[in-house]
Design a binder for this molecule. Structure first.
Ligand code: DP6
Length: 377
């Protein structure tokens, strides 16, 4: 799976629907991409509100390949809230879904659409139930995080349906209560999640550092190392780290604040060398914290380590970073090239050292395949 960094939250359309009194359905559809952290969020200071112990920075991916598309519908004929994810009904009883629904409903406004003959008063939203249908456009089996895209999309689209007027910062703080990393997917481009200081989470919001057009040369390649579900979820892994890792507090208080400043500067000035060094160091430190957790958490596997060695050797031989790597709570490698040339060279190396078993490149890769011809493949 590979990507250019041309990201967006996606558009929302509200199609016109039926009309007769009590017989209508109003729907909204939205799309949100997932995001990849280059300075990691790992550890909460408040589990219920999902408040982090440090700031984090991410890049939002291209919605064409790694995004959630969600349709939310409301009708007086729906007796309860229900949700289907990738075609299967799932329970909405979890606290995280309930928080997002509650916070959006609280901010709902009048909807008055004469053309459609639909009028919903602010106070009616409490009584109306929603049906939510969400799809990821990437195989769930790819083992790539989907909760960030999913909750960002849910909150964004529900907000449109219920005519919520709050700005993106406020929406990000609601998406955060679904999954921490989701708050960053409210925006495209480069995004910072400011941890905030308050106890109620009102200042724990995401802000856009630069939009999707800012560093258009970057190419992101995701090498799917294993499609298995991870054994330790981010939520429980970071809880264990907070409780047991002495390195975690040191990282959050002493290392990350400085790194965040440098990363903002690197992004602003398109400084790939600094960007790559910070990204790799932060990924490695996050996995060091995982090892420092008791019992230790192993998210990367041998293949992940071999990919790191390949990139490190290459970077070292050139004397300056050619590729940045970062790994989340799983073994899949996210590799960031400064341009198409390096992306093509990287693909050549990946395909040489990790050849596809059936030699079928078309099923081995999804995304912008034109880069294959750049690589002479
Ligand atoms: C390693 O956002 O999935 O991807 O807030 O408990 O839902 P919860 O965790 P989640 O954690 C993401 C952790 C990470 C780093 C990151 O995205 O910053």
């Amino acid at each position: 799976v590979f990507h250019r960094v041309v990201a967006s939250r996606g558009e929302v359309q509200i199609p016109s629907m039926a009309a007769e009194e009590g017989q209508w359905v109003l729907m909204a559809t939205g799309r949100s991409p997932t995001n990849i952290a280059v300075i990691k969020y790992w550890g909460k200071r408040d589990e219920a509100l999902i408040l982090p112990i440090n700031d984090s920075i991410s890049v939002t991916l291209d919605p064409d390949h790694l995004s959630a598309t969600t349709t939310v519908a409301v009708s007086p004929s729906f007796p309860s809230d229900r949700m289907w994810l990738n075609g299967k009904e799932i329970s909405l009883s979890g606290g995280r879904f309930q928080s997002c629904l509650r916070e959006i409903r609280k901010r709902a406004q009048d909807v008055d659409d004469e053309n459609k003959g639909i009028r919903i008063k602010k106070e009616d939203w409490e009584k109306l139930h929603v049906h939510i249908v969400s799809y990821n456009n990437f195989p769930t089996a790819a083992g790539l995080a989907s909760s960030a895209a999913g909750f960002a999309c849910l909150v964004f689209t529900l907000g449109k349906l219920m005519n919520v007027k709050e700005d993106y910062g406020e929406l990000s703080s609601i998406a955060r209560q679904g999954s921490g990393s989701a708050c960053r997917s409210i925006y495209g481009g480069f995004v910072k999640w400011c941890m905030g200081k308050s106890n109620d989470g009102s200042d724990s919001i995401a802000v856009q550092l630069a939009d999707e057009a800012h560093w258009n040369d970057l190419v992101i390649i995701i090498a799917v190392v294993s499609s298995k579900q991870k054994e330790t979820s981010s939520t429980s892994g970071m809880r264990d780290s907070v409780e047991t890792s002495p390195l975690l507090q040191y990282r959050a208080q002493t290392i990350v604040p400085n790194r965040v400043l440098k990363m903002e500067e690197a992004i602003k000035s398109h400084n790939f060398e600094s960007f790559a060094r910070l990204t790799c160091a932060d990924s490695n430190q996050f996995h060091a914290v995982c090892l420092d957790t008791s019992p230790p958490i192993f998210y990367m596997n041998d293949t992940s380590h071999r990919i790191i060695s390949l990139v490190e050797k290459w970077n070292h031989s050139e004397g300056t970073p050619q590729i940045a790597y970062t790994f989340d709570a799983g073994p899949n490698a996210v590799l960031i090239a400064p341009n198409r040339k390096n992306a093509a060279l990287l693909l050549q190396k990946l395909l040489y050292y990790f050849p596809p078993q059936d030699n079928d490149l078309s099923s081995y890769m999804v995304g912008d395949k034109s880069i294959l011809s750049d690589a002479g493949l």
